[in-house]
Write a protein that binds this ligand. Structure first.
Ligand SMILES: [Zn+2]
Length: 288
């Protein structure tokens, strides 16, 4: 089928209290792994591309790969821009065929984040495309950070529920990503979600909420977050780890091999296993 938007799929998830996985795609093999895993789980899915992925693969190439695979598939697939920190990047993605956008103005002062998000929302809504925005700052873990440092970074930048309410009203954004206890790039499940904060933001905004940095959350934390109002869960680091570790292992074991497919096939299978496991935890199995 054709690509779908994220609004309907997230509204349904919100009503039935499960979450949709938003998996980051960087290359063909990972896109195939995402779709094959979702098909086997009969789950709707969001394939998302960051600005880094777009720079790596090319905007048209990502759209073409995702469109081709979606047309052959029977599950609902959305193509979402992850962390579009640039207004023009959002326009280019909309024009290229993305069915869901994110404007990330979390590094800006509150009023500027509101003004820019509003601009993107107005532009996207003309075309019937939903927009996600970030409030508070999820932040990024440096590879040298100890878990204690990560925890301090997380605490400092959590979203304030009253800011989230004001932000949602002023921008008319469709999907909200509040910083609620996770950090990007975390390889261990050390995150502690602020469940009361998630519930308050859910009640004040009524919007489907997104958890970024979810690779750092344990299954138990994810379940609690989803019960509190998380409807979209972003997964990137866990896929990267599974995919790259498998390539490394294969090449170490077969130093003479020159066919890249020999290393990429097991890597794709490892990514697919991770994605299937995440879908089961998120509760979207059978919801396609
Ligand atoms: Zn993120």
């Amino acid at each position: 089928m054709s690509l779908v938007g994220t609004k309907e799929m997230l509204k349904k998830a919100q009503k039935e209290k499960y979450a949709i996985g938003a998996f980051n795609a960087n290359n063909m093999e990972i896109i195939q792994a995402i779709v094959e895993a979702s098909e086997e789980e009969k789950s709707p899915v969001i394939i998302q591309a960051s600005q880094g992925a777009i720079k790596y693969a090319g905007l048209d190439m990502i759209v073409a790969m995702v469109k081709v695979i979606a047309e052959k598939s029977r599950i609902p697939i959305a193509l979402h821009l992850d962390h579009g920190t640039d207004y023009f990047q959002n326009i280019l993605c909309l024009r290229a065929g993305f069915t869901s956008l994110m404007y990330d103005g979390s590094a800006l002062p509150f009023d500027e984040n509101v003004a820019m998000t509003k601009k993107v929302v107005e532009m996207a809504h003309v075309c019937g495309i939903p927009v996600e925005a970030e409030i508070g700052q999820v932040g990024k873990m440096d590879s040298s950070d100890e878990p204690g440092v990560a925890r301090e970074k997380i605490k400092e930048f959590m979203a304030k529920p009253e800011d989230a309410e004001k932000f949602a009203q002023l921008t008319q954004v469709d999907i909200l990503a509040p910083a609620v206890g996770t950090i990007h790039g975390c390889r261990e499940p050390i995150a502690k979600l602020d469940i009361t904060r998630i519930e308050k933001i859910r009640d004040l905004t009524g919007l489907p909420l997104v958890l970024h940095g979810a690779s750092g959350a344990s299954d138990e934390e994810l379940r609690k977050g989803i019960a509190a109002g998380i409807c979209k869960v972003n997964i990137d680091t866990r896929i990267r780890m599974a995919f790259t570790n498998k390539i490394r292992q294969y090449l170490n074991e077969h130093p003479e091999e020159i066919d890249p497919r020999k290393a990429l096939n097991p890597a794709k299978a490892a990514a697919k296993e991770i994605i299937k496991g995440r879908i089961k935890i998120l509760g979207s199995t059978g919801k396609a």
